[in-house]
Design a protein around this ligand. Structure first.
Ligand SMILES: *[C@@H]1O[C@H](CO)[C@@H](O)[C@H](O)[C@H]1NC(C)=O
Ligand SMILES: *[C@@H]1O[C@H](CO)[C@@H](O)[C@H](O)[C@H]1NC(C)=O
Ligand SMILES: *[C@@H]1O[C@H](CO)[C@@H](O)[C@H](O)[C@H]1NC(C)=O
Length: 320
């Protein structure tokens, strides 16, 4: 009577466990496919930027979707493709925009004059393949998922802060830029971008003069950080000199100490021991009894560890 009942109970427990497991798994599935895996090291990351009106510099909202219109970054002559970053890869990237069109020139004026930022964005993780986007409008997906749109969390904004000066006929663009990207800590979310920004450096001394039809050689110095904090960078002006001299002092102090010890142990101490041993032999019988524990160690005086102690014990013995 009893054994069958317990079998039934355990079967029931197994069944309920199984169904709940299956339920949990099926519940997980949509979530999994919506969130893609993170970037692999070196994976390409496309850069797209807000399309702006050349009359006012205002962003362009797509009327059909009501979202901001993002378009690929201008094509770089070096690669023949719009600017791309590579996950986790620190390097210098040259991106020469071959021909500054009339409209792009006007936009550059807005950027330099801070009427509008050059607002770009990069996918925080590789974008899910098109099937999901197909549920929305196919034609819109490439360029128009806006920062205000439902899919905005897929992207990380990256403002490119171009600096330079405006002249009547031309502009000077600080074309050397630092580009910093923070990835989320691996423990939190591997292969995911958290923040990014770019800015001109030394724009007063290192810039390029641009008129319509010119080429704009942008040089990005790309650096990646594996967390959201920046490492401390400031070591003070001339920090290198201070640091190296400090290091030099420590090293030379250590080296001279090592030489002293080596000299004492290898040359001076054996010499003294020998001398003491010689002194001791004639009078050995005299205070052999007194220095009872000192005596045997001398006879096998080669044992390195005991030298200092032996030396002292003999010193005492001799004073006797
Ligand atoms: C950006 O917007 C302008 C004005 O609406 C439009 O003419 C142009 O085609 C857009 N650029 C791209 C690459 O779609
Ligand atoms: C850009 O590429 C085109 C075609 O590859 C070439 O004709 C042109 O000279 C290049 N411009 C610069 C500035 O390198
Ligand atoms: C970028 O361009 C500069 C100037 O033309 C050149 O000196 C440098 O080697 C280039 N760097 C790379 C990574 O191509």
């Amino acid at each position: 009577m009893y054994p069958p009942r317990s079998i039934w109970l355990s079967l029931l427990a197994l069944y309920s466990f199984w169904t709940s497991l299956a339920h949990a798994l099926s519940g997980q599935e949509p979530l999994k496919s919506a969130q893609t895996d993170g970037y692999k090291l070196g994976e390409k990351i496309p850069v797209s930027c807000l399309n702006r009106s050349i009359e006012t510099g205002e962003h362009i909202t797509d009327l059909a979707s009501g979202q901001l219109q993002y378009i690929p970054f201008p094509v770089c002559n070096e690669t023949g493709r719009p600017l791309e970053l590579f996950f986790g890869v620190e390097k210098e990237i040259n991106c020469t925009i071959d021909f500054i069109s009339d409209s792009f020139f006007h936009l550059l004026e807005f950027y330099i004059h801070n009427d509008a930022p050059l607002t770009c964005r990069i996918p925080s993780r590789p974008l899910p393949p098109s099937p999901i986007e197909d549920e929305y409008k196919v034609s819109d997906t490439e360029s128009q998922e806006g920062a205000l749109g439902t899919q905005s969390t897929l992207y990380t904004p990256m403002v490119i802060a171009l600096s330079g000066t405006l002249q009547l006929s031309h502009i000077h663009v600080g074309n050397y830029l630092n580009l910093l990207v923070h990835a989320m800590p691996k423990s939190v979310s591997p292969g995911t971008i958290d923040a990014a920004a770019a800015y001109s450096v030394s724009s007063h001394s290192r810039n390029t003069k641009i008129t319509i039809g010119d080429t704009l050689p942008l040089q990005f110095s790309v650096r990646w950080y594996p967390s959201t904090t920046l490492p401390p960078g400031w070591t003070g002006y001339g920090g290198h000199v201070y640091k190296s001299t400090f290091l030099y002092c420590i090293l030379s102090a250590g080296a001279s100490a090592a030489i002293c010890i080596a000299y004492f142990r290898g040359v001076e101490l054996p010499r003294r021991l020998k001398r003491y041993a010689r002194d001791k032999v004639p009078g050995g019988g005299r205070f052999g009894g007194g220095g009872g524990y000192g005596l045997p160690t001398v006879s096998n005086g080669g044992g390195g560890g005991g030298y200092g102690f032996n030396g002292y014990s003999y010193g005492v013995g001799k004073r006797d």
